[in-house]
Write a protein that binds this ligand. Structure first.
Ligand code: BEZ
Length: 210
């Protein structure tokens, strides 16, 4: 059975391009983006890992560690790394898990037999510092992911953890937010700037500054 939001992200040990890791120890105190790709030396995957390397500073700023996984062996990951650098323009700066026995892929339900073979599809798990699964995405092999969207949802998760708010459709950082239904409009006016009640259940507020 697949993992649900709020479940504990299962721990595992695995060989990676940066040596053997215990997943929970490796991410201790940080958020993690654990994402699978179907295979090394393939075009879409090369662009995806290259993009993740380019965004490494953005992930670091948010206390997020990235880690990729595929069923290919670690020697293939290491051999492929220069191509990722050539295509993306940045050295591979995060680990890739080698999962030839499919231990991690099966633990996280990353293999979808209807998608053609026993390689992983493009799964994403955003996991918080308490090791809870906070967001999942699954893309087919033919469609590359949008890593700006992954950063956007991390920003939204971190904001809504810190304040009693939700984020509306197409929200981006800096834009107004929605006051949580558990907070009265009067209380919202004490706490937030520019509170506007457009419906009893829809109250806007300015982006929380602290
Ligand atoms: C790719 O990364 O380009 C790819 C990998 C597996 C299936 C389809 C595309």
């Amino acid at each position: 059975m697949g993992l649900h939001l709020g479940d504990e992200a299962p721990n595992f040990t695995a060989e990676t391009t940066e040596g053997e890791i215990d997943f929970h120890q490796w991410k201790a105190g940080a958020w993690a983006v654990l994402f699978s790709h179907p295979a090394d030396y393939t075009p879409v995957c090369t662009t995806e890992l290259g993009r993740t390397a380019v965004l490494n500073d953005e992930f670091n700023k948010r206390n997020v560690k990235s880690i990729a996984v595929s069923v290919d062996p670690v020697e293939d990951h290491r051999g492929w790394a220069p191509d990722i650098r050539d295509v993306g323009g940045t050295d591979l700066n995060f680990p890739i898990i080698a999962d030839p026995d499919r231990k991690v892929s099966e633990l996280y339900d990353m293999i979808h037999p209807g998608e053609g073979d026993t390689s992983t599809v493009r799964s994403v798990f955003i996991i918080d510092p308490q090791n809870k699964v906070r967001l999942t995405l699954t893309y087919p092999k033919s469609v590359g992911r949008n890593f700006d969207e992954i950063l956007r949802v991390i920003d939204a998760l971190q904001l809504t953890d810190a304040h009693p708010v939700s984020t509306p459709a197409d929200w981006t950082p800096g834009n107004r937010v929605i006051v949580a239904p558990t907070m009265s409009t009067d209380d919202a006016k004490q706490r937030f700037e520019q509170v506007e009640e457009v419906k009893p259940y829809l109250r806007w507020a300015a982006y929380p500054q602290s």
